[in-house]
Design a protein around this ligand. Structure first.
Ligand code: HEM
Length: 119
């Protein structure tokens, strides 16, 4: 009976540990930065994506495809649209009106990263 209890406890903990290991290795736990470590875009490539239906931005050395985010952005489209196809670090940092985006915006931005900007 003691043995049975020991084996059941062992199986229980082995199951927990296996789940934990499986979850920490799952690709789902990677963020966009890890998924795209080496795609490099030049600014001349970014510039081509300068419209509402195809909007890329370079922000602090990273390149983002924000096409699907544009309709969700809290400010009016005319505020963010001119930054499509540009090096938009300053626009992003200041919202074009001397105000920083919140951490929530920074976290959101990560989801749209497609690569890095060529030096
Ligand atoms: C680069 C050009 C951009 C400009 C000029 C811009 C400007 C603005 C403005 C004027 C507001 C509303 C007013 C305010 O809250 O102060 C705002 C809010 C916001 N924007 Fe942007 N934005 C830009 C890009 C982005 C990007 C790329 C993201 C994220 C993917 C983003 C996420 C947000 C969020 C989450 C808010 C709500 C308030 C906050 O978290 O700061 N914005 N933005």
């Amino acid at each position: 009976m003691k043995n049975l209890y020991f084996i059941a406890t062992l199986i229980f903990w082995l199951t927990i540990v296996s789940f934990w290991i499986a979850l920490s290795w799952s690709p789902e736990s990677d963020n966009a930065i890890n998924r795209n470590p080496i795609v490099v875009y030049s600014l001349s490539e970014v510039i081509k994506h300068n419209q509402q239906t195809d909007c890329w931005m370079a922000i602090h050395g990273q390149v983002y495809d924000l096409t699907t985010y544009l309709p969700q952005h809290p400010a009016a489209l005319r505020v963010i649209l001119p930054s499509c196809g540009t090096e938009a670090s300053q626009a992003y940092d200041t919202k074009n009106r001397s105000r920083e985006h919140t951490n929530a915006a920074d976290m959101l931005l990560k989801h749209y990263r497609i690569g890095v900007l060529k030096h």
